[in-house]
Design a protein around this ligand. Sequence first.
Ligand code: NAP
Length: 431
Amino acid sequence: MTTVAFVGLGTMGLPMAANLCKNGFSVIAYNRTASKVEELVPLGAKTAATPSEAVREADVVVTMLSDDNTLLEVFYGAGGIMDGIQAGMTVIDCSTVSPETSKQLYQELQQHEVSFLDAPVTGSKPAAESGTLTFMVGGDEAALEKNRAIFEAMGRKIKYMGPSGAGSYMKLANNTLVGIHTAAMCEGLAIAAKAGIDPESFLEIVSSGAANSRQLELKAPKILDRDFSVQFSLKLMTKDLRLASQLGQQLRTPMPALDTVRNVFQIAEAQGLGELDLSSLLTLYEQWSGVEVRKAEASSQLELELDQTKEQTERRRSIRVPMDFTVMIAVHQWEQEGAFTGQQIKGKLVDISNQGLQIATSFPLSKDMFVVFHFPQEAELPPITGKIIRIEQLEHEYHYGCLMSGVPPYVRIKLEEYIQRKIDEQQEAIR
Ligand code: NAP
């Protein structure tokens, strides 16, 4: 039985490794966060404390890691893959990294008589779970053929692209389209919603014509449900667009659409959307247009729910819960068309309600600026974006009233829970 060391059990790696287990491979798994490895144990996987320990007993190594730096750290760091490799092995890297890194590892491993394939994938978390990923493979074709059964356990389409690095080149070209399609979908949705078109009707029409894309088919249901939970994080998409831009520069190929879209993703990342799904890019467009993209039926359902809980909600909304702690605030401002500046400042959170929050700082800001709040860890809240709508100048500082914007429903629920906890704590202290 072929033994596979699987290194990197993130959104993609965990279901991919699970499919290897289910297809009869003996899997030894390593992940930086050890708890994720435990999820594979019921499927028969063995666990390893370091990458080298996982690799030592294996015939084949599969890596599925975030980016170039992580991959190189896991190869060359203490207890890394290089400490466990043996002649005759094959290493299959499925991460999206630069072609230079792929070629560097190919050459290095060749000296140890180890084959290296760059084999990035398309198809997001659902395809990783159903074992229907597409692999684009660079390296020696013989190494691919020798290990075809491993690929077939995780994917449906396995395509040999050419010599080492060809898989990574292909992946960056592919993700250029994914990024542009995502931004195109969000931009179209934003303008349609602002013009009063029901988003569901918009997506129905677009998906039946030339403007359709696989990305739209994959993300439309999530967007209509306003479910921005991660399938492919916005942070990783931004990384891919950065790599693709670098490739464009190396190959002296102008890529103006890519560069614009990369900037939009970078703004979204700076606003704290990095850990959410890339479809959360829509919330950035919502801030710009001032209109939330919501399906008609959802808004009427929402109105109904709001009516039902109006009294309760109004009561809670009217409560401004006093706070008194320092928050880090990222300030963002358009300078001119296409240009954008940002900086970090310190401020005090004065009070908070369901609608907005008030901060105090000596730093002068102006109306309509966007600010991103980083809450203390105990709040368990992601960064939240607000727009300055009110300014009060006091003796030594300014107080800014900020309206929260683009807060996904589940974050709003967590925020409400946090406010309720604070109300309870304050009432308890009075008693
Ligand atoms: P992910 O959920 O963020 O997982 C990243 C993995 O890398 C985790 O196992 C993480 O360990 C590990 N890692 C990160 N930093 C590390 C470090 N310093 N040392 C050791 N391990 C580290 O990412 P993913 O969505 O699975 O994506 C993995 C790769 O596939 C990326 O290159 C991505 O661009 C590409 N990709 C993703 C998709 C998608 O839809 N998600 C589709 C195609 C390609 P922890 O668990 O400890 O954080």
